[in-house]
Design a protein around this ligand. Sequence first.
Ligand code: 4AD
Length: 453
Amino acid sequence: MEQTAILELKNNKDFYIGKDVLVGGWVKNFRESKATSFLEISDGSTFKPLQIVIQKEGNNKIDSITLGQALQLGVAVLVHGVVVSAYNNADDAEINATKIEIIGHCAADYPIQKKKTSLDFLRTIPHLRVRTNTFTAMLRVRNALSMAIHDFFQSNNFLYVHTPIITGGDAEGAGEAFQVTAPDFQGDFFGAPASLTVSGQLEAEEAAMALGRVYTFGPTFRAENSNTTRHVAEFWMVEAEAAFMNLDAIMDNATAMIKHIINYVLQHCPAEMAFFDSFYEKGLVAKLQTVAANAFVRVGYAEAIDILQKSGKEFKYPVSWGVDLQTEHERYLTDEYFKKPVFVVNYPSGVKAFYMKQNADGRTVAATDLLVPGIGEIIGCSERETDYDKLVSVMQARGMNLANYEHYLALRKYGSVTHSGYGLGLERMLMYLTGITNIRDVQLHPRAVGELR
Ligand code: 4AD
């Protein structure tokens, strides 16, 4: 008999009622009463497991050795049985088992047990934590989030471009790139210093000067020595780049993207989002619905500094015009003052990357960060400097090696136009969507300072 996916069976319950089926999966839960045992199995096709009802007496009795082996978490089973309406939910299906085969035994030291296991402990077993409800739900939302991103850009005429992972320059100019070549690169593979990309932006700008609207979506690497719950050394970034858009236009686009993502995930992952609402952040779904339905705040950097100074809060990092906003400042603005997503606009040039458009005031750049409650920054965004001479002088003032940016600078010589872009950290967005508070718990195998499991 052919195996039926649990998703197929649940989605077409009326068709399957009364039919004999074969399903497979791993035991997620079990309980016993006097005459009956209950197994919950999952084959990964749905978040919610399928209940298997096993009679201990009568015609459909399963032999006691098999039953004993089946009533263990992590065991892989094949179940033959008849589909019936679930006892406690007429919309759901369950199976009255006629035969159970154990196809994969699970050793007694299986670390995923019924009692809630801490996320700290689960981080030590990345190869197994993926089997928990938290991680299957997270990965299902991560999948929907990725699809939502493509869906948004494709329906807004952005083309997906793949920018290189190995690069010769540091896009952010922050010196946080991982080396690919040996320190003495002369005889090495590329014959030039090479590193893992910190951002695909510079290459995306090249593509935008031909294709108009593009986005990249791929892994990004940063040798940032920040051991926080929001930083990892390897993360995924979505970067949009659009010709003929100024800062206002790109902020509108970023807002529409975030709202689209939220609506898409709520629509495609209702069970997973209900799980996160119950176990990670009460009111999460309602919060996201409100965010998707309302305008985001836009506040000037100078005004944000003013708000922070008047907050009466004792910040660890003192606030004055010119400082970069620290997490504690971002969190005050989003969590306590505005209580919603906030774009902070026009940062001092000194705290931002070299490529941002210099404003007429001579001291700020047309840049914005989108900050959200509970997390802080999730998007870095700016209009790009298109004036060759201004760009060169900023780069020189920062001691950058212009030879490494020859291609980037050339774009300013050949038909340069106003253009803007942004980068959204996929993992930070996923934290915002799920209520998971440590970025290491929204990836399969997190890579961070001192962590390479
Ligand atoms: O603000 P960032 O550094 O911006 C850029 O890289 C630009 N080139 C983007 C662009 O304009 N095309 O990074 C963008 C986002 C951050 O807002 C954050 O969400 C995420 O990437 N991010 C990280 N996520 C996890 N771990 C880290 N170490 C991160 N660094 C940045």
